[in-house]
Design a binder for this molecule. Structure first.
Ligand code: BCR
Length: 295
């Protein structure tokens, strides 16, 4: 375990402490602040990354890229409006892969492509199944609000058991049976009970925020800064922040604006995830390319 991972574990315990000693309001405000700050920031340099993939020498803003990025965000938002069920399914599937991908830096080169894709997807889906099972009633409420319909009550605890069985079978078949593989995923497997503890002991927003910031956004920011500037020094982070600032601000204001239309925590949670979904699609695509480049 490296220094950063040790810090992340300590910070996660800090998250459990907030849960034990803070009120529900403290958790909500702290969770939203983390999501809007580090969470949104980790996607705000997507254009710079895209520009680097295309032609690293280009300076200044590529307007075509900007237009295409905004078009995908608008299309995703419209999909939520017109076909909410399809939008949520695509959002959760894309996010599962995207979250799983962040855990997979160390085992890329010597894995078969299909095993890599399946592991990333199943790992990310298992994380969501844990979170959903921990907050079954609230998640079903948010899904009903997002789809404006009376969906069946999803039995998330049973879905979690099914996912655990599927994941365990995959680990036995494609990981334990192939020399060297178990070692490379051992850390991520050991982290799963720890994530379960975080999800089951906090509120939905707090559990999501602790995972999303500490185990997704911060590692992603570190990988992006390293890719863009070749180092993880303070100066590189300051350059990253400067070039991301206006996009971060626009997205943070856009998401915060949706909160004013909500009259309950359930509605606020629904608007937050719908807004996150709109920026997730282009962001997940950018990160897919980044991981391919760095593999
Ligand atoms: C560049 C640019 C920009 C910006 C961008 C950004 C800032 C991005 C970000 C991005 C991001 C920041 C991303 C994120 C991601 C996230 C995720 C991936 C999440 C996921 C989640 C989920 C999936 C959930 C689910 C759920 C729950 C949890 C509960 C309830 C139910 C449900 C299902 C909803 C703009 C637009 C301004 C403009 C143009 C350019």
């Amino acid at each position: 375990m490296n220094k950063i991972e040790k810090i992340l574990i300590l910070a996660s315990f800090g998250g459990l402490f907030v849960r034990s000693y803070g009120s529900a309001t403290v958790e909500l405000v702290a969770g939203l602040t983390l999501i809007l700050s580090f969470g949104v920031l980790h996607g705000a340099n997507d254009l710079l990354l895209l520009q680097q993939f295309k032609s690293p020498q280009t300076l200044g803003l590529d307007r075509h890229l900007l237009m295409r990025y905004i078009a995908v965000v608008v299309l995703a938002a419209l999909l939520f409006f017109w076909l909410p069920v399809l939008a949520i399914i695509s959002f959760v599937l894309t996010s599962s892969y995207h979250f799983g991908e962040q855990h997979s830096e160390r085992y890329d080169s010597h894995w078969k492509a299909l095993d890599r894709y399946v592991f990333r997807f199943l790992y990310g889906w298992l994380l969501f199944a844990l979170l959903f099972a921990a907050h079954q009633t609230e998640v079903n409420g948010v899904l009903a609000t997002l789809t404006h319909s009376n969906l069946p009550e999803f039995p998330w605890k049973r879905i979690l058991v099914g996912t655990v069985v599927l994941f365990a079978l995959f680990v036995l078949w494609r990981i334990m049976s192939i020399p060297g593989r178990l070692q490379s995923v051992a850390r991520d497997l050991l982290l799963l009970p720890f994530f379960a503890l975080i999800f089951f002991s906090g509120s939905l927003i707090w559990g999501f925020a602790v995972y999303f910031i500490l185990w997704h956004s911060i590692p992603s920011l570190l990988a992006q800064v390293q890719f863009l500037y070749g180092s993880s020094e303070l100066g590189s982070f300051s350059k990253y922040f400067k070039s991301a600032f206006w996009y971060w601000l626009a997205a943070a204001i856009g998401i915060t604006a949706t909160f004013f239309f909500s009259s309950s925590v359930q509605e606020l949670t629904s608007f937050l995830f719908a807004a996150l979904a709109a920026i997730t699609f282009p962001h997940a695509f950018v990160m897919l390319r980044l991981f391919k480049k760095s593999a």
